[in-house]
Design a protein around this ligand. Structure first.
Ligand SMILES: NC(=O)c1ccc[n+]([C@@H]2O[C@H](COP(=O)([O-])OP(=O)(O)OC[C@H]3O[C@@H](n4cnc5c(N)ncnc54)[C@H](O)[C@@H]3O)[C@@H](O)[C@H]2O)c1
Length: 679
């Protein structure tokens, strides 16, 4: 026996938390549910050996000879080892918190994990992908089982460490420490490349977590509806000068995409009171949104579409109208007919324009899919031509008064890649940005994040609808709709949330709120729990927020002091949340924009009605937001300075944000010009 085999035998005796020695039954797949495509097999011989050995670390030795070939087969055919056999049979659902084993916080985490893997919620439930094509809860079902075992046995003096889905172990800590510390996909700088990362994932050492997938805080599509609603309203205020107390009634919004995130546009434009026309080439997507009630009506006939538009616009009635066809044809129609369009964007999947994300004008969705398989070069030529045409049409409309913005889907970059230099601000390259703004740069950043408003959310852990209704009422009572336009929007959102039937999966709610609002709502919820009016609640947020995420193309796109390529803020936010006693803290690479392009973090905080938790709410929710505001203020963002000044005043010495001194306009510019000469 080799020395390490000996060690293995010895170490096996100390393993008290492990998977069973019994082989689980063969996996069964229900064909009703979408499956993740193969991620591709690109490992060499040695890496393949490592990948299989790595997966076998989770299972008792007696099962190795049976499972090794199965794992190898999964790796070769699916590009990953998911250990399908270890998936619990049938549907996974977030059960009421009392039906799980363990201390409250650990049971709450099990609710959150199971919700992320619900057939009705997850994109590819068998591959543990919650959303965003590849955002996983953990890498494989063995990790899922082991995490569950740890959570079931954890005490309130222990912390579970989880690295990219791998439960590292339970470690002694203390009552106010996080119960779970999660990280995902973090790579050492020089290896932070898509290639090294993908290899690492295939070998079972890393995973792509998106944001709330690997952060165990996804609450279904309502999260994105609220964000889209806010973006649309604020676009109206900014570009159309609509007063704060009005909505988009009688205004027309043109866009594309009824897919994963883009589908939220249909629901959001109706809630915002406007008339929306949304082009979609895939009939199944149109049908899904119609059945769901998020899209009111659709037609493939543009004359009919615009007869409806006219009618609703005149009556100032909200509606979402699908155009089953290509968005370029839609743009051409409005140019040819000189139709008035107020607001517009594009939400085709241009981050992957040549890989099927954008269907070019002149081909159907099905023909586009066929070209993807048979002639990628031709598809690429058609995509480029179509994007060039679309850009010209948009430009014509913007000259006539339509406002257009990029919706974080890399549309403008795709136009540039298609050969249109005129889309770049400097007419040469993309370093100075584009001729149209992006939604975070113009809208979400200055109007929401700089004030501290972001996607706060909660889950009623009992799973009771009545609890959610009570939390909605409680949150409503915490908002002063007269304070700012943003508060009015949030007030209306939460007032109408139940009526808008947004829940998919657990009884959860999203509500944009600023630091003060979040603390107030958190304390009120905790009080209601203490009084026995509702059961325990999990607070959290999307990572697409004020301080949790450093992402130069999105969340930190309106940070203009050159620091938007650093990720200190996200790290600070995460560590600060851990120090203040959040139940769960998570820090991940990528999210939304891709690995290496962002660092994002989030949290979960279980409210149990105790005064101990009141203290955590006060310090951690405030820090979570104000750390981000402080960074934005330091970058000289006007509203962030205003918010930080207010906070400094309120804290009266209990806290202090460092604020920038700002030189007089021209002082530095003139000095540099005089010294260096005009460049
Ligand atoms: N909504 C947001 O807040 C948000 C934020 C950041 C990024 N995004 C980006 O928006 C894009 C869309 O996201 P998604 O999850 O909806 O993707 P998706 O692929 O599910 O949906 C895009 C839809 O566009 C349709 N489409 C493609 N080309 C078309 C064309 N020429 N005409 C009409 N329809 C066409 C597709 O059939 C598809 O249904 C992505 O690039 C995403 O990264 C969205």
């Amino acid at each position: 026996m080799m020395w390490f085999e000996d060690l293995t035998t010895e170490s096996a005796k100390t393993i008290t938390v492990s998977l069973s020695k019994e082989l689980p039954p063969e996996p069964v797949f229900d064909s009703k549910y979408r499956r993740a495509p193969s991620r591709g097999y690109s490992l060499n011989h040695d890496q393949t050996v490592l990948a299989v050995k790595n997966a076998l670390r989770y299972v008792p030795e007696a099962l190795h000879s049976k499972l090794a070939p199965e794992f190898l087969d999964e790796l070769l055919t699916r590009g990953r080892i998911y250990a399908y056999r270890y998936r619990p049979k049938g549907a996974i659902k977030a059960k009421p918190v009392d039906e799980y084993k363990g201390i409250l916080e650990a049971r709450a985490l099990q609710v959150m994990i199971d919700n992320n893997l619900d057939f009705d919620v997850a994109l590819y439930p068998y591959e543990l992908v919650t959303y965003g094509e590849s955002g996983q809860v953990c890498q494989n079902w063995m990790q899922y089982q082991l995490i569950k075992k740890y959570l079931e046995s954890m005490t309130d003096q222990q912390t579970l460490a989880v690295s990219s889905g791998h439960p590292v172990g339970l470690f002694p800590s203390h009552r106010n420490a996080p119960r779970a510390i999660l990280t995902n996909g973090l790579m050492v700088g020089m290896f932070d490349t898509p290639e090294a990362f993908n290899q690492s994932c295939a070998m079972g050492n890393s995973q792509y977590a998106q944001m709330t997938a690997g952060g165990w805080m996804y609450i279904g599509p309502q999260g994105i509806v609220h964000g889209t609603y806010i973006t649309l309203l604020n676009a109206g205020r900014l570009y159309l000068r609509i007063p704060d107390d009005q909505d988009l009634r009688g205004r027309v919004f043109l866009t594309s995409g009824l897919g994963g995130m883009s589908g939220a546009q249909a629901k959001a434009i109706e809630i915002a009171g406007g008339v929306g026309v949304i082009a979609e080439v895939d009939k199944t997507r149109v049908d899904t949104r119609l059945q769901q009630g998020w899209l009111r009506k659709y037609s493939a006939d543009l004359d009919e579409v615009f007869r409806w538009v006219d009618d609703y616009r005149k009556r100032k009635e909200p509606v979402s109208i699908g155009y089953y066809g290509n968005v370029v044809d839609l743009w051409k129609y409005v140019v040819d007919n000189n139709t008035k369009i107020d607001l517009s964007t594009d939400q085709t999947s241009c981050h992957d324009a040549y890989g099927g994300g954008y269907t070019p004008q002149g081909v159907t969705f099905e023909e586009g899919r066929e070209l993807l398989k048979s002639d990628r070069a031709k598809l690429r030529r058609l995509v480029d031509k179509s994007l060039r045409t679309q850009f010209e049409l948009i430009r014509t409309m913007t000259q006539r008064g339509t406002h257009f913005w990029d919706y974080g889907n890399s549309f403008l970059k795709a136009v540039f890649d298609a050969g249109v230099k005129a889309v770049a601000k400097n007419g040469v390259d993309t370093t100075a940005g584009f001729v149209f703004p992006s939604y975070v740069e113009d809208i979400m950043g200055p109007i929401c994040f700089d004030y501290g408003y972001g996607p706060f959310r909660w889950v009623c852990l009992t799973g009771r609808k009545e609890d959610l209704a009570e939390t909605d009422r409680t949150a409503l009572s915490c908002i002063d709709p007269k304070k700012r336009g943003q508060d009015r929007d949030n007030y209306i959102w939460i007032r109408d949330a139940e009526k808008n039937a947004l829940v998919v999966g657990s009884q959860a709610r999203i509500l944009y709120a600023d630091a003060r609002g979040r603390v107030r709502i958190g304390l009120e919820f905790n009080k209601r729990i203490r009084e026995g009016k509702i059961g325990p609640v999990m607070l959290g947020r999307d990572h697409h927020d004020v301080g949790g995420t450093d992402s130069p193309f999105r969340e930190t796109a309106n940070i203009k002091d050159g620091s938007n390529i650093t990720s200190d803020m996200a790290h600070q936010c995460w560590a600060g949340n851990a120090a203040r006693g959040m139940t769960l803290v998570v820090l991940s690479n990528g999210g939304g924009v891709g690995t290496g392009k962002a660092i994002n973090g989030g949290f979960g905080l279980v409210l149990d009605g105790s005064e101990r938790v009141d203290t955590i709410i006060r310090s951690s929710l405030d820090w979570d937001v104000m750390g981000g505001v402080a960074r934005r203020a330091w970058a000289r963002n006007e509203h962030a300075i205003e918010t930080a000044v207010e906070w400094n005043r309120e804290m009266l010495g209990a806290g202090h944000i460092t604020l920038p001194f700002i030189p007089k306009t021209g002082l530095v510019e003139d000095l540099v010009k005089r010294t260096l000469g005009k460049v």
